[in-house]
Design a protein around this ligand. Structure first.
Ligand SMILES: [Zn+2]
Length: 101
């Protein structure tokens, strides 16, 4: 449990002003991340967290210095809302990078 507190503190510094449940969802996703290359990650879905797709891909764009996720697709229901709020797939990748793992 206190590992979770450490993870939350790491993540709060990078992504402030989220609810506790948001941080906890990012932590649950940590083990689902597979790095495909320096700026691309594959995430296994967690149906318990409401994931409906086979997988998610998070990308880091060096030009805009921002992350995008395939759940931000405009065709996806709620996609643009999720982009505005930052999804927990991206949050999980940010946490993984912060932990250096
Ligand atoms: Zn996402």
């Amino acid at each position: 449990m206190h590992k979770n507190i450490e993870y939350i503190m790491v993540l709060v510094r990078r992504v402030p002003n989220k609810k506790l449940s948001w941080y906890l969802r990012c932590i649950k996703r940590l083990e689902t991340i597979v790095e495909l290359d320096k700026n691309t990650w594959y995430l296994r879905p967690l149906p318990k967290l409401g994931d409906r797709r086979q997988y998610y891909i998070v990308r880091y764009d060096e030009k805009t210095e921002s992350f995008t996720c395939t759940c931000y697709d405009k065709s996806a229901i709620g996609g643009s809302i999720r982009k505005l709020k930052m999804c927990t797939h991206v949050g999980a990748v940010i946490l993984k990078l912060a932990l250096g793992s």
